[in-house]
Structures are given as C-alpha cells and as structure tokens.
Design a protein around this ligand. Structure first.
Ligand code: NAP
Length: 317
C-alpha cells in the first residue's frame, strides 16, 4: 500500500517527527524558508493527504485551501484555537487533537504555579543561590496555599484534575463555565467570572479559548480577585487582558500570578519579568517526556486509523 503523504507544518518534538517519518511519507514545510512556502504547497498539493500541526502555530486557511487532496489535520495539542475549523468543515477535512493524555501534567503544573507564586519559591531559590541567606538571614514570610479558596474557569478535563488535586490541600473549589455540571456537587458553580474571582483566593484559568473566553480575565475580574489574590493561567494567553494584568500586579491591585501562557509567545512583557510576585514558565503544561510521547503516539494513531478508513480516535471535526 502506498504510504500516505503527511505534511509537517511547524517544528514538533523529535520523537513525533521520527515516528511520522517511519510510518508515512513525511514532507517538511518546516524546513522551507517562508518565501518558499507557496511554491512548496503548490508542488505537493496533489499528494498531501494529511497535515500535522501544533498548538502554538495552528493551521490557517492557506494550506487547507491549497492542498486539494487534504483529508485530515492532526493537531499535536488538545487546544485547537489557532486552527481554522470552519474552513476544515467547509472543505470536509477531518481534525483530531490530543485530549486526556496531557491532563495530569497540566494540572500538576497549575498547582505547582499556585504554590510557587504564594510561597515565592523561585525568589527563595535565588535567595539561597545568591548568598543572601548567609548575608541577610531569614527569608521573608510568605502566604500559605493549603485551605485557600480555589476558583477554576473551565471545569473540563484539566480543570477537574486541578480540582481533585487542590481538594487534597483542603481547598474549597468553585468554578465557572458556560454549562453548570450537576455531577460535580462538591464544587460550587458561580454564574459569572467576576463572582468566581470575588469568592476565590486563587483563580485558575483552564478553559478552552474561543470567542466567549477571549479576555475572560478582565480588569473587573482582577479587581474582584484583589490584592490578596493569585491568578494562575494554564489555558491560553489570550484569556487574560495582559496589559491590565501587568498594571494590576505592578500596582499591587492583584497579589500575584503563575503564568504558563502569554499573549504573544515567546514574547513576555518585560514588566512581568521584573515582578517578584510572578512565576513564569514557557508554555510547558504538557512538556514532559512521558506526556509528549503519549501525545505523539495519539497523533500517529489517528493518522494510521484514518489511512485505514477506520474511525478516528479523538476527532474534533
Ligand atoms: P476540555 O475538557 O474540553 O475543557 C474545556 C473547558 O472549558 C470546559 O469545561 C468548557 O465548559 C470550558 N469552556 C469552554 N469555553 C468556555 C467559555 N467561553 N467560558 C468558560 N468556560 C469555557 O479541555 P481540556 O482538555 O480541559 O483543556 C482545556 C484547555 O487547556 C485547552 O483548550 C488549552 O487551551 C489549555 N491547555 C494548555 C496547556 C498548556 O501547556 N498550558 C496544555 C493543554 C491544554 P463549557 O463548554 O461548559 O463552557
């Protein structure tokens, strides 16, 4: 059987690239300079049946339209906010993502960021490394995490995994999302994000990015969270009004933040880097060997069942 031609749009982890190369006829747009993309797509338009993309880069309408034989876009992430789903639907192109296999790691990181921000772990580490412990004595007191009220925007797979983890720290959990879930009786549903923030010490963003959730953490939400509150974002940068966040943190109107995602990655506002009440990580929620391998295997498995005309394992479209 002729091997399916798969186009890699953007850089991905080495293991996924190797597995794609081993199983399919892999074409790498990723190796072509940007001014050669149109020619490359034209040259392979009649053969490419699948595209692999990732969360930071997505897939806009151009390749979907130009690749006449395109049948499937496999996304190496659970979020598909940068993928033109309408275009895929319109063209009859299937879409898959990688839900579930990354849930635990993203939830672990969210809890880690909350604790790191409240206990100022990165600053404490610098304090020891820079010899300030020896020179200046005891480190300043910080704020406890156990028992804090945790509000979660988006009690989906990742949000629920965060809720279960923080329950073990004795934290009462509230949540907001578009649909109230009757099957989470131990978690309190609040009807607006402002209400959720007003009733939380730690507000965690774990929802999908869409038109209703873009900028969902507004100035009003930050004011409701207040000077004692901490914002944790493991969703997407665009969930938060970033200039307002920088202002609120700098002016002490918001207590702290733990951020894995940013508006214009990898560009992070300089002002955030100077703040001691902020912990930053470079979009690494799913970034462990174990999870990235599981995600890669799921991308490949979806492409393989598609090539065999079998049902997709994790379809979006
Ligand atoms: P999921 O199971 O589909 O859950 C998504 C949740 O978001 C649902 O509870 C959904 O509830 C809620 N939601 C969707 N639109 C909303 C809106 N407009 N307002 C409020 N809540 C909304 O997805 P998941 O697997 O938990 O992943 C969630 C997100 O995490 C992904 O979409 C991705 O952006 C992010 N993520 C980040 C990393 C990282 O490395 N930092 C890694 C993986 C995923 P309703 O539909 O009822 O509103």
């Amino acid at each position: 059987m002729e091997s399916m031609a798969v186009l890699l749009l953007h850089p991905v982890d080495k293991y996924l690239e190797q597995e794609l190369d081993r199983r399919f006829r892999l074409l790498r747009l990723v190796d072509v300079p940007p001014d050669g993309h149109a020619d490359f797509l034209r040259a392979h338009a009649a053969s490419v049946r699948a595209v692999v993309t990732s969360c930071g880069s997505g897939c806009d309408a151009a390749p979907i339209d130009q690749l006449q034989r395109l049948q499937i876009v496999a996304c190496y992430s659970v979020g598909y906010d940068l993928l033109d789903l309408d275009r895929c639907r319109h063209r009859g192109v299937r879409v898959t993502n990688t839900p579930g296999v990354l849930t635990d790691d993203v939830a672990d990181l969210a809890v880690g960021l909350a604790i790191a921000a409240l206990r100022r772990i990165p600053n404490a580490d610098h304090y020891v490394r820079n010899g300030r412990w020896k020179a200046n004595g005891h480190y300043a007191l910080t704020t406890r995490f156990s028992g804090k009220r945790v509000g979660i925007i988006g009690l989906g797979r990742i949000g629920l995994a965060i809720a279960k983890r923080v329950e073990a720290f004795g934290c009462p959990v509230s949540y907001y999302q578009r649909t109230r879930q009757a099957y989470y009786p131990t978690y309190t549903y609040l009807r607006t994000v402002v209400d959720l923030a007003a009733n939380s010490d730690v507000l965690v963003v774990a929802c999908a990015l869409n038109e209703q959730s873009r900028g969902i953490v507004s100035r009003e939400v930050m004011e409701a969270l207040g000077p004692g509150g901490v914002l944790v974002n493991v969703g997407r940068g665009a969930h938060v009004d970033e200039p307002e966040l920088v202002a609120a943190l700098s002016e002490g109107r918001l207590g702290g933040a733990g951020l894995d995602v940013f508006d214009d990655e990898p560009d992070v506002p300089e002002a955030l880097m100077a703040l001691h009440n902020v912990v930053l990580s470079p979009h690494v929620g799913s970034g462990t060997w174990e999870t990235r391998k599981a995600m890669a295997d799921l991308v490949v498995a979806n492409l393989e069942v598609h090539a065999l005309n079998k049902p997709l394992l994790t379809p979006v479209v």
